[in-house]
Write a protein that binds this ligand. Structure first.
Ligand code: MF3
Ligand code: CO
Ligand code: CO
Length: 278
């Protein structure tokens, strides 16, 4: 996303409360999407559900007609649905999910002027070995990135933790898209790269709010962009997975603002995955 080079905002208590509210709301919608994911559903049907559920909450779906801060054609739907080799910004349509697919659903609500941004990758039926690997690596990458978030830590610490793990697992981290500050605007400073060197980059302060949203490819990190100017796919056709949370830097560490009220049955099914591997 294009960030317009403004400075990083520190949110006050009222703004943090509003970000908690909208973050929780986006997470709730994501939990309901979980129940829809099954072979045969189309991504357009997921979009219709998210659109309706967002409005029902009195919120606005931030993706709809979003222009990326200008220069992009308006995004034509209320949610991003990214299937298999689609890295991010997949546009919902007639595509029917089939068993073995993986799909990232990325939800952003606006409520009371503030944005909450969260996504997860879901398994459609039983995953094959590659789909399972890239998805579990991406899930762990987000956890490792979040674990770095506390006052005094640097953005490079987050990127390093993510890159280190993804590459040790034989995967790659997408460079072209990054996490971002978030608040009254969808995409604010800073840019949160999911790769980097420890001890470098912006120093985190209490009151900062940003997303961490690693996109992990099974093959190379290079991307191709479709003619629709949104859909980003892996250049080598390999599978890609992503998870995203909106996180607040607190006095003592961090608070995930998009924490889910319930477990995602279609996503969180392989908790022991790394226990049984060297
Ligand atoms: N939700 C995406 C992100 O995490 C941005 C989607 S922009 C859209 O930053 F226009 F495609 F919705
Ligand atoms: Co985001
Ligand atoms: Co998002």
């Amino acid at each position: 996303m294009n960030l317009r080079g403004r400075s990083v905002t520190i949110k006050d208590a009222k703004e943090i409360e509003a970000m908690r509210r909208v973050g929780r709301m986006a997470a709730e919608t994501l939990c309901l999407v979980d129940e829809l994911i099954q072979p045969g559903i189309t991504t357009a049907e997921i979009n219709e559900f998210v659109h309706r559920d967002t409005l029902r909450r009195g919120a606005i779906p931030a993706p709809l007609n979003y222009t990326g801060g200008g220069g992009m054609p308006p995004f034509p739907a209320s949610v991003c649905t990214s299937v298999n080799d689609v890295i991010c910004h997949g546009i919902p349509g007639p595509q029917r999910l089939v068993a073995g697919d993986i799909i990232n659903v990325d939800i952003t609500h606006i409520f009371d002027g503030f944005h909450g941004d969260t996504s997860a990758t879901f398994y459609v039926g039983e995953p094959g070995r590659d789909a399972l690997h890239v998805t579990e690596v991406a899930r762990r990458c987000l956890q490792l990135g979040l674990a770095q978030v506390r006052p005094g830590a640097r953005l490079g610490d987050i990127g390093f933790a993510i890159q280190q793990f993804a590459e040790a697992q034989g995967c790659s981290v997408v460079r072209k898209f990054v996490g971002h500050g978030i608040g009254r605007r969808f995409h604010e400073d800073p840019q949160v790269e999911h790769y980097g060197r420890p001890g470098t980059g912006l120093r985190l302060k209490p009151g900062m709010i940003f997303t961490i949203e690693p996109m992990v490819n099974l093959g190379h990190y290079e991307i191709d962009l479709w003619d629709d100017e949104w859909t980003a796919v892996t250049a080598d056709g390999s599978l890609s997975a992503q998870f995203e949370h909106t996180v607040l830097v607190t006095d003592t560490g961090h608070e995930v603002l998009t924490q889910r009220p319930t477990r995602l049955l279609r996503s969180e099914r392989f908790e022991g995955y790394f226990d049984t591997r060297p």
